[in-house]
Design a protein around this ligand. Structure first.
Ligand code: SOE
Length: 386
């Protein structure tokens, strides 16, 4: 296979991030298989035509079903809202297409399991878009843990803090509707934390959570613009049907204890996606707003210089760094998507499943659902019972 021919469904926030990654990849990663940006698909003809031109796609369409039947398409990239992921995935798999789907896989655990069954039955490749794993500093944390340099892991604490809902007049966009988004902060932000926890620490055995929806009604939007929307002065109000914030505690199979917090009400925090890990021999701290850095502490450093050091993950010793700029020349959010798609292309080159794939997506959904059940039942939930 010389190239992977892409048909992409969705053209907003993630559509732009993925398109940018497809375009940049050949320039910086010449030695892997390259994606071909064939067709972009969306519901609004004018908008999708304009996205095709702006992002650099060869063709555009509003008909996703006929896109799946095209022989010149190898892979379907789904970044439309979460409520359509399942139908498109199952149809794409049945048409023999490989599938790359944005997170969260879908609205419920049951549906995500059906998606996994469909791609496995079809024998196609499948990937889920947990992009933050691909920050080189996060990959450095993984390396330190796997090499035993942090020792036995005791604590994983993670928090994903945003503040875009603090304003009560922020409109009731689709991300605040359970039937389209599945959940609020929990799936959107907590989902990333859960994936990072699985990647770095391993499986969880039990969880207990709490959540709240602080502002229960918001003005209905008149027109969507990116993540937000415009509202008219006399706008009617609509119900918010998702969580605004969800917190939970977890026990890991390896004995570590975890705490997780996801909120869109952390005033002053725009995208604070962070974790801290404490082990018997050392600790690490990551903060996405300083994504090139990993704070590292080793307990066996000489006493007179002990303390957290700031490691800049831009040297040839760090994942992906050799393909970018000279050491110290930092990278950004969009590079996590390029790395993610490098992994996808490498999976084609080596003929294996990419990671993270739908199995990871389902594992994430198990924890999301276990936390929701624990909140509903007000008790600890075992993941094996979900
Ligand atoms: C919006 O809240 C959002 O863009 C999420 O949808 C993303 O997955 C996360 O990367 C940042 O915040």
């Amino acid at each position: 296979m010389e190239t992977v021919k892409i048909g992409m469904i969705g053209y907003k926030f993630m559509g732009k991030a993925h398109s940018h990654a497809y375009r940049d990849l050949p320039l910086f990663f010449p030695n892997t298989i390259h994606p071909e940006m064939k067709v972009i698909c969306g519901r609004d003809l004018k908008a999708v035509a304009s996205a095709a031109k702006q992002f650099g796609w060869e063709e555009y369409t509003t008909d996703w079903k006929s896109l799946l039947q095209r022989e010149d398409i190898d892979l379907i990239d789904i970044n439309a809202p979460s409520d359509v992921h399942k139908e498109i995935t199952i149809a794409a798999a049945q048409a023999g297409k490989h599938v790359f789907c944005e997170k969260p896989l879908t609205l419920t655990l049951k549906d995500s399991r059906e998606m996994l069954e469909a791609v496995e039955a079809a024998g196609v490749k499948h990937m889920v878009g947990f992009n933050y794993r691909f920050a080189p500093a996060v990959m450095l944390a993984k390396k330190l843990i796997d090499e035993g340099r942090l020792g036995e892991i005791y604590h994983f604490r993670a928090w994903f803090l945003q503040d875009w809902l603090v304003d009560p007049n922020f409109p009731r966009v689709w991300r605040l509707q359970k039937d389209i988004a599945g959940s609020g902060s929990h799936g959107d932000l907590g989902g990333h934390l859960i994936d990072i926890a699985h990647y770095l620490i391993g499986d969880m055995t039990e969880v207990i959570g709490m959540n709240d929806t602080f502002i229960k009604e918001r003005p209905l939007p008149s027109q969507m613009t990116g993540l937000t929307a415009t509202v008219s002065n006399q706008a009617e109000k609509g119900k918010v049907t998702v969580d605004d914030a969800t917190l939970f505690l977890a026990r890991f199979a390896n004995g570590a204890l975890g705490s997780f917090e996801a909120t869109r009400y952390a005033t002053g925090h725009r995208c604070t996606n962070s974790f801290e890990i404490n082990g018997s021999k050392g600790s690490v701290i990551f903060d996405f707003e300083r994504m090139n850095e990993l704070q590292v502490y080793f307990a066996d450093d000489r006493e007179d210089v002990q303390g957290f050091r700031r490691v800049l993950a831009t040297d040839p010793a760090h994942a992906f760094a050799q393909n970018w700029w000279p050491p110290g020349h930092t990278i950004g959010y969009e590079h996590t998507f390029i790395h993610e798609i490098v992994e996808l292309m490498e999976a084609f080159r080596e003929d294996r499943q990419p990671v993270p794939n739908f199995r990871d997506g389902v594992k994430c959904q198990e924890v999301l659902e276990a936390v929701d059940l624990s909140i509903e039942k007000r008790k600890w939930m075992r993941i094996s019972e979900i």
